[in-house]
Design a protein around this ligand. Structure first.
Ligand code: DOR
Ligand code: ZN
Length: 344
């Protein structure tokens, strides 16, 4: 039977929510990931250091006995984030700030309305070597939802990189050939990108053909097949070191997904590395899975590589219809179906 052993991965983009929901989902990530960059878009968002440290304790308390899992905390950038806060955050061990353009996605109401008014804050991040993680979509209502990432690169990312040249940036959950091209052509270690399993495995037909699939709705939205092919090429091609694992696993209760205005977010933490293994196998790049999952992200965040390993077996795994999620139900990616790989 085909097996592959890699250093334990890190999830460089993870939503774990709070309270009962948090306690339901953290064990899934702790089973297969060594560390995770925790997104701050709670209600209310994590904008202060104290909040992040309390949140970290809550996550640590939900890690099952016998597993080790390190949450790496981020703060939510707002119009009011000061350079002083950036310096204090660095000293407190916060690993990054997250930019949500106001209104771009789930719980982004307190997001940034005009990034270029925050230049002193962004400059402070560059000075203390604190990366900025960007949700790279414009919110202009005149821009088509399928074009919002490409427009963000032109209108925001390029000028930002010119105006704060030393700022290190992660373009989170990239979905387009435009993003891949921009990152590979920039070819500079200060710009990297995370890639989700859903954007490597699915295109927009999976969202819309044969009926609308609310559990395949996430932001940035799934794109056409040519973009998916560009992502597969990105993570396996000669510039693969700029790309790393970030699931964007984003749990919502079933009733918040299956309704007249469903939330964006796909839950994948239950089988994240197995799903990535499927994608890398499709790309003929299983030998590059370890770099993507366990090395490229650690290098960008200046973390040591994990020494523990995990082994994946090419053996079909059935995915339950749902998981408990506090008092509610959570519908996972591949609900009621299977994934081609299993964790040993
Ligand atoms: O699909 C998404 N869900 N995209 C995001 O940017 C946020 C996330 C969430 O928090 O649910
Ligand atoms: Zn996210």
């Amino acid at each position: 039977m085909k097996t592959i052993t890699i250093k334990k991965p890190d999830d460089m983009h993870l939503h774990v929510r709070a309270d009962d929901a948090l306690r339901s989902v953290v064990p899934f990530s702790a089973r297969q990931m060594a560390r995770a960059i925790i997104m701050p878009n709670l209600k209310p968002p994590i904008t202060q250091i104290e909040q992040a440290l309390t949140y970290r304790k809550q996550i640590q308390a939900a890690v099952p006995q016998g597993l080790s899992f390190t949450p790496l905390m981020t703060l939510y950038l707002t119009d009011h984030t000061t350079p002083e806060l950036v310096i204090q955050a660095k000293e407190a061990g916060i690993v990054a700030f997250k930019l949500y353009p106001a209104g771009a996605t789930t719980n982004s109401d307190s997001g940034v309305t005009d990034l270029f008014r925050l230049l002193p804050t962004l400059q402070a991040m560059a000075e203390v070597d604190m990366p900025l993680l960007v949700h790279g979509e414009v919110t202009d209502e005149n821009v088509d939802i399928f074009d919002r990432e490409a427009v963000f690169i032109e209108r925001i990312l390029k000028p930002l990189m010119d105006q704060v040249p030393d700022l290190r940036i992660v373009m989170e959950h990239i979905t387009t050939s435009d993003a891949v091209r921009f990152i590979t052509q920039t070819n500079d270690s200060r710009l990297a990108a995370s890639v989700t399993p859903q954007h490597l495995l699915m295109n927009r037909n999976h969202l819309l053909v044969g009926g609308v699939r609310p559990h395949h709705y996430c932001l940035p939205i799934l794109k056409r097949e040519s973009h998916r092919q560009a992502l597969l090429e990105a993570v396996s091609g000669c510039h693969a070191s700029f790309f790393f694992l970030g699931t964007d696993s984003a749990p919502h209760p079933q009733n918040a997904k299956e309704c007249t205005c469903g939330c964006a977010g796909i839950f994948s933490a239950h089988a994240a590395i197995e799903l990535y293994a499927e994608a890398f196998e499709e790309a003929g790049a299983l030998h590059q899975l370890e770099a993507f999952a366990s090395q490229n992200g650690a290098r960008f965040y200046r973390l040591p590589e994990n020494q523990e390993t995990i082994t994946l077996i090419k053996q079909e795994q059935s995915i339950p219809e749902s998981f408990d999620f506090g008092m509610q139900k959570l519908i996972p990616l591949r609900s009621g179906q299977s994934v081609a790989w299993s964790l040993a």
